[in-house]
Design a protein around this ligand. Structure first.
Ligand code: C2E
Ligand code: MG
Ligand code: MG
Ligand code: MG
Length: 286
């Protein structure tokens, strides 16, 4: 509700705060219902090997089909889920569904699941992953877990121990949104990542902007020096993919190849997958 300030003038600031708080509360209530009603689903976006054009795996991205508002973007509700602790339930159900779905895919296709830093704080992440792999029958080597630099900000020894234990299971660990944190390089020394995902902000304008090109080139050579797979996120154009391929980037992910799709479409997509390394750029129609 809007309030008056001491001079009696209408305060747009407070009115704005109220509206935001209300919309957050509404999202929280409805998200809780969605979790309880089990209506959240992973959609899967392909990761493409840039030299062969083949799909190597898929990233699971949470989708919330809302009865009135259509699909709600995770950008809108993940922050609320993190503030309210609901992210633990969301993360748990995404992991279960992703592993169960991927167990039905061909054996050389992996699945990548995003983890929130909060999931590490609960203290049961290792057993959750171990149990989920066992129940789904997915081999550990076909699961990749994506974390962001914020997780490593706290420099917690428990977090590092959990990451090492996950990796000892055979699960791969990848650093998401690389370059958007403020101390990226030191984190690479604190843990042996299997993959680095170059944030899409660097991929944008890659073909036109020499600065973006220089940054991407140095991330790729850094990754190669460390012996990790380099994936470029947010690949939207042929120009970008050509540039990335020239720089020796291993993998790409983006709307050029495909948007995230429901599991029902994945097996069909794998059967008919185009060769994206062809100059014709057989991008899938979303
Ligand atoms: P992310 O992990 O970096 O995922 C990549 C995001 O980039 C996805 O957005 C994807 O749809 C989008 N994207 C892919 N290709 C392109 C492209 O060519 N152009 C553009 N403009 N965007 C592209 P989405 O699905 O909206 O997810 C946003 C973020 O929400 C994710 O970023 C991730 O941080 C978070 N998120 C999604 N699902 C989960 C989840 O299950 N758990 C957690 N903790 N976070 C999740
Ligand atoms: Mg991700
Ligand atoms: Mg990312
Ligand atoms: Mg991102």
């Amino acid at each position: 509700r809007a309030k008056n300030d001491s001079r009696g003038t209408f305060s747009f600031f407070e009115a704005g705060m109220d509206a935001r708080a209300q919309s957050r509360r509404k999202i929280e209530t409805e998200l809780r219902e969605a979790v309880q009603g089990d209506t959240l689903r992973p959609y899967y976006q392909p990761l493409v090997d840039l030299s062969s054009g083949r799909i190597t795996g898929f990233e699971a991205l949470v989708r919330w089909p809302h009865p009135e508002r259509g699909m709600i973007s995770p950008a809108e509700f993940i922050p609320v889920a993190e503030e309210t602790g609901l992210i633990n339930a969301v993360g748990g159900l995404m992991l279960r569904r992703a592993c169960t779905d991927a167990a039905q895919w061909p054996d050389d296709v992996h699945v990548a699941v995003n983890l929130s830093p909060l999931q590490f704080r609960l203290g049961n992440l290792l057993s959750l992953v171990t149990d989920t792999l066992k129940q789904s029958g997915l081999p550990a080597r076909r699961l990749e877990l994506e974390i962001t630099e914020t997780l490593l900000l706290e420099k917690s020894s428990e977090v590092l121990a959990t990451l090492h234990a996950l990796r000892a299971l055979g699960v791969r660990i990848s650093m998401d949104d690389f370059g958007t944190g403020y101390s990226s390089l030191s984190y690479l020394r604190s843990f042996p990542f299997d993959k680095i995902k170059i944030d899409q902000s660097f991929v944008r304008d890659l073909a036109a902007n020499p600065d973006a090109q220089a940054i991407v080139r140095s991330i790729i050579s850094l990754g190669k020096g460390l012996g990790v797979t380099i994936t470029a996120e947010g690949v939207e154009t042929e120009a970008e993919v050509n540039c990335l391929r020239n720089e020796g980037c291993h993998e790409g992910q983006g709307f050029l190849f495909s948007r995230a799709r429901p599991n029902a479409e994945i097996v069909g997509l794998l059967k008919t997958q185009g060769n994206w390394s062809s100059p014709a750029g057989a991008a899938l129609v979303a």
